[in-house]
Structure formats: C-alpha cells, structure tokens
Design a protein around this ligand. Sequence first.
Ligand SMILES: *Cc1c(COP(=O)(O)O)cnc(C)c1O
Length: 378
Amino acid sequence: MNNSKIWLSSPHMGGTEQNFVNEAFDTNWVAPLGPNVNGFEKDIETYIGQESSVAALSSGTAAIHLALILLGVTHGDEVLCQSMTFSASANPIVYQGAKPIFIDSEKDTWNLCPLHLEDAIKDRIAKGKTPKAIICVHLYGMPYKVDEIKAISEKYNIPVIEDSAEALGSSYNGQKCGTFGDIGILSFNGNKIITTSGGGALVAKNREVRDKAIFLATQARDNAVHYQHSQIGYNYRMSNISAGIGRGQMEVLEKHVNLRQDMNTFYQELFSDIDGVTVFKEPSTHFISNHWLSCITVDEQKAGFSRETLRLALEKENIESRPLWKPMHLQPVFKDAPYYGKNVSETLFNIGLCLPSGSNLNDDDRERISSAIKKVVS
Ligand SMILES: *Cc1c(COP(=O)(O)O)cnc(C)c1O
C-alpha cells in the first residue's frame, strides 16, 4: 500500500511555471527585476481588483515590514496585532523597535475581535499613546470581520495592515482579500495557496505608495548616477526567476482555490455525523474562504477522543496534521507584551487541528485520511 507522506499543504505546480523560468534564462533576466516581476504584479492586480497597486517582494514578512515603515511606525511606537497568527505577522513590529500589543480572536472567524480591539485602543490612549497601526489576519483564509474592524480603524484614525498571507482567493462581500487594509500583504511561501518558492507582495491603494515600497525594497537609492542614499533601504525585491513561477501559478490560482474548497467540503461530509468535532467554516454567505487550510475543533467530552489522539493517529499513518497557531501572547519571545482579551485564541489552540488541505491531494489521499480518522472515531 502507498504510504508516502500526506502534507498539510505542499507546492502544486500547474505546468507552465517552467516556461516563464526558461524564458528568464534565455533572455538573461536572472535578476531581482525583469518582465516576470512586472507581469506577475499585473496578474495579481487584475485578480484582486479595486485598482490595487502591487509590489512583488522577497517574502510576506518583508511586505509587513515595509508596510510598517510606510505607515511611519518607528522606535517606541505601539502596534496592535491579532494574537492568534503566525509569528511573521508580529516580528516586523519588533524589527522597527516598536511594541506589539496583542488582541484576542472572536469565535466566528477566529480573527481579530472588534470588541477587544476597541477596548485595547481606549486603554492605550488612556495610558498616553495612540497605537500607530492595526495588523489583522485572515487566518487559514477566513476573512476577518472587515466592516467592524474598518469602522474602528476610521473612528480612531489608526490604519490597518491587512495580513492576507493565507487568503489570496478569499473574499468578503464579493471583494477580494488583500484589498481591505490601508496596506495589504500577500505571501507566496512554499506552503501557501500559490507559491513562488518564496516570495510575497505589498498591496497599495495607489501608485505612489507602491513605488515608495519598491524604492525601500531596492536599497533606497536616490535619483543619481552614482550610488546615493538619504534613507535606510532594504534588499526585499522579488527575483525574476521566482516571479516566473508566480506567473505560472496565477494561471491555476482559481482552480486551486476551488480544489481547496472541495477539501473543506470533504471534511464537512466526513465529520458530519461525528459528535464533538466541528469543521471550521464561513459564519455567513458574506464570507468566502479559500480554505487554505481546513481546520477542526475537537470537544473531547462529546467526541470521546482528544485533538492530540487524532493528531497522533494521523501521524502514525504518515499524514501530517498540526495544532492551530499558538497565540503570540503565549509565546516565550512575546511574554512581556500587553494582551487584551480572554481565552478564545488559547482555547482554539488547545482543541484545534489543521488537516491536510492541499490542492494536489487525490482520491487515494482522501481515502487514507478518511480511514485513519474513522479508526479513531470508532
Ligand atoms: C506565511 C505567513 C506570513 C509570512 O509570509 P512569508 O512569505 O513566509 O514571509 C505572514 N503572516 C501569515 C499569517 C502567514 O501565514
């Protein structure tokens, strides 16, 4: 029997990626600029719409870092950040010498809780400092409560950095994720919905901000024949080789989103008659998740088994699964950061599990996953 590893989310090439890469070689555009970079940016702009301006960068983390710089976040500033996320959402706050303030999630979308967010803002202002930015995340591809967060952002005049690293292809009220924040960011790491082997993008509302991002991402060179710098720059631009992979991936993005959504339907059906297991899904028709990862929560009392029992049983069958993101306020590295909220994200971390969700999983894989899970259940 085939026992090869089933991954949570692995790269899934569409077939034309290599043509773009070969073309880069043939024309010697083996550099952090070139036709593939321009083409990839255009492809993303067309896909997400809203007249967005996109800068292709070396990673999603780099995009968040540049977003903070563009919003003027500097030493000693405070930045509000969703606690339940990958560390890359929060690390760039520290790169800037600023202080992360973590906020709990709400139960519908597992993302930034508007109530705790507003509490935090009021309290930080009362303590003497208005936070400089809000970083919110569409976790696992699920859009956060866009309208509620936007209203708070506008009320207190604090800009939003929309971490859409996991949510390319998701939408809220028909509008694509990545276009809601004052600045949006995307990731094309190896495990994301599409990959450039490693890469990211910054989504700006206009050309000026996008050009400023590219200026900073290419060592902040002033307009002079010699090398002149009036500002600290970064080496954060995407290479023309990576962008070639991205152009090929954009051709299959919509298809791969559909396949991930089909994986979610597979889990909805698989767990439909299993007591105590809930498959994470959209709270209403306003939200459409790309279901980058399909996740479940396990109520041990009702199910008769724990999240960990299920994880270990899958591991035994060479099937990868993983607890949900450990909240940042529980991470040793952020133990001194202020936290606003209760225990929603902590509970999710304790009872939640991400299941194999790749667009490249086939019927055999699904059969193996299904029988491994059924063994635990019975
Ligand atoms: C992957 C990810 C990032 C970082 O993207 P990289 O391209 O890996 O640097 C940021 N935020 C979230 C929520 C992510 O999942």
